[in-house]
Design a protein around this ligand. Structure first.
Ligand code: TYM
Length: 334
């Protein structure tokens, strides 16, 4: 029998999951669990590169796990785990730090952005974050890494590290491919269509979180920035009408309609009907996810069972890779 291909991805519990986290990567993950051997995790080690309130970090990590399951990631069919429970991530992260170059780490857009936004806390972890992310990936030898557009640069750096490492020691790691959806890979802030919708930045104004109340969601969409031209028509033109293009992208991904169909649907109607229609579609999308998340979150023993079993499965695979790496680089076997 042919072996299943491997798929892996993670999200940092650095803020509540947003519509961007869902429409970019998360909504694609459940479709993959039948066909691939999938590993999905809560990247808590990554979250602390920016200061976190400990209680909030714990709450969000568990809520994120419940949301993964509520979105369709059946723990019987894929491996769900908390990154800090699998110590091999930190260990391989250190090793890969020694194969990641200062110059390439300095060029990472996310490092430059985050350093500008956290000028009082430009810590070493923020700088070496991509080596840890490379370790997350390479421990499981995945074929694909499904992410949003903003993580592409980090996956490419992981590929460079693989080439450098394999160049010295032979074929230790498989070269991972980013898997980026065509529509929805970059959902923008509703108040500033030049910035991505972020879990942890741009205040509360421009985002919709997966657990927001329907009234809040409707309010966010009704006041979403469209554009200042006089045309006031629903037309897909990301360059000149980025706010409208973002709303159209959200509507397209949620309803499965094409941009041409959306243009026809709102032809001659201005934004007055369009904005609430996008809001309603999002409310309906999130309603079952919210109900299911609340139901799962109430059962702490079940969640604990899931993350314990997940860590055990993940550690087994991760340890195999780590041992091979340690041997190749010349460490004495434990
Ligand atoms: P993070 O937590 O910032 O984002 C998680 C995932 O969501 C995507 N994403 C978006 N997609 C579309 N529109 C948006 N507005 C939007 N915002 C976020 C991101 O591209 C990402 O796929 N370093 C990673 C987490 C990570 C990881 C890994 C991912 C750690 N190790 C290994 C893959 C493989 C991060 O900070 O993503």
């Amino acid at each position: 029998m042919e072996e299943k291909k491997i798929m892996l991805s993670g999200i940092k519990p650095s803020g509540d999951l947003t519509l961007g986290s869902y429409l970019g990567p998360l909504r694609h993950w459940p479709k993959m669990i039948e066909e691939y051997d999938c590993y999905y995790f809560m990247a808590d080690l990554h979250a602390i590169t920016v200061r976190q309130d400990p209680a909030a970090l714990r709450r969000r990590t568990l809520e994120q796990l419940a949301q993964y399951i509520a979105c369709g990631l059946d723990p019987e069919k894929c491996t769900l785990f908390i990154q800090s429970h699998v110590h091999q991530h930190a260990e391989l992260g250190w090793v890969l730090n020694c194969y990641a170059m200062f110059g390439e780490l300095s060029r990472m857009t996310q490092f430059k952005d985050k350093s500008a936004k956290n000028a009082d806390n430009i810590n070493g972890g923020l700088f070496t974050y991509p080596s840890l992310m490379a370790a997350d990936i390479l421990l499981y030898q995945p074929d694909f890494v499904p992410v949003g557009e903003d993580q592409k640069q980090h996956v490419e750096l992981a590929r460079n590290i693989v080439q450098r490492f394999n160049g010295v020691y032979g074929d230790v790691f498989k070269v991972p491919e980013p898997y980026i959806p065509k529509v929805g890979a970059r959902i923008m802030s509703l108040t500033n269509p030049a910035a991505k919708m972020s879990k942890s930045e741009n205040g509360d104004t421009g985002r919709v979180t997966l657990m927001d109340d329907p009234n809040v969601i409707m309010k966010q969409f009704k006041r979403a920035v469209t554009d200042s031209d006089t045309e006031k028509c629903v037309r897909y033109d990301p360059e000149n009408k980025p706010g409208v293009a973002n709303l159209m992208t959200i509507y397209a991904t949620v309803t499965g309609r094409s941009f041409a169909e959306i243009e026809r649907e709102f032809d001659g109607q201005g934004y007055g009907r369009f904005k609430p229609a996008v809001g309603e579609a999002v409310v309906e999308l999130l309603r079952p996810i919210q109900e299911e998340t609340r139901r799962i979150l109430a059962d702490k023993a079940y969640l604990e069972g899931v993350y314990r079993a997940g860590a055990e499965k993940a550690s087994y695979v991760a340890e195999r890779t780590l041992r091979k790496v340690y041997k190749k680089i010349g460490f004495i076997a434990r």
